[in-house]
Design a protein around this ligand. Sequence first.
Ligand code: E4P
Length: 214
Amino acid sequence: MQFFLDSANLDEIKKAWDMGVIAGLTTNPSLVAKEGKDFHELLKTVTGIIDGPISAEVIALDYEGMLREARDLARIHPNIVVKIPMTEEGLKTVKTLSSENIKTNVTLIFSANQALLAARAGAAYVSPFLGRLDDIGENGLNLVADLCEIFQVHNIATKVIAASIRNPVHVTEAAKLGADYATVPFSVLRQLFRHPLTDAGIDKFLADWKTLKS
Ligand code: E4P
């Protein structure tokens, strides 16, 4: 499993990229709105930092509107992957974009059937939102398990991005289940680095080193 950062914050994006652990980026309208910047300008800047897939979402909900936005986004840089919501109009848009070799990431996936449909429409990626399923008392990891199994059984090339990740346990479990990617907020990425025994071990090594007589 590889990592994407789930953020639209340039400071976080630079830091995460420099750590060498992320393969790309995902954004969504809520994350972009928090930054208060022009969307296309932000994406242009991001393409200068991240050398990998960068998911950018359309706002329109109708086929023509989504198509127009998607083509504009795709023109920004070859690494742009257009995020399309999981709707009937969305799948029709995915089919057309796929025929134009524009990669799509179908977002807001909450069932295995939705993911299967998105894959059949030609999506390069699907994003099951596991945290939001947990929030309503369901088990988001079960969805990731179902998707990975179905895609494997049917030899489907569409990549699974475990999204709406809330904690390190989500990351470990998604990796065990075979998700191709986990897209993680910067706060979770930081949590992945830390372990109290690592901190204690460093303190102990440094304390012992100080007792060395030169
Ligand atoms: C994924 O592409 C989404 O941007 C994201 O993971 C949503 O996460 P949230 O449910 O924490 O908003």
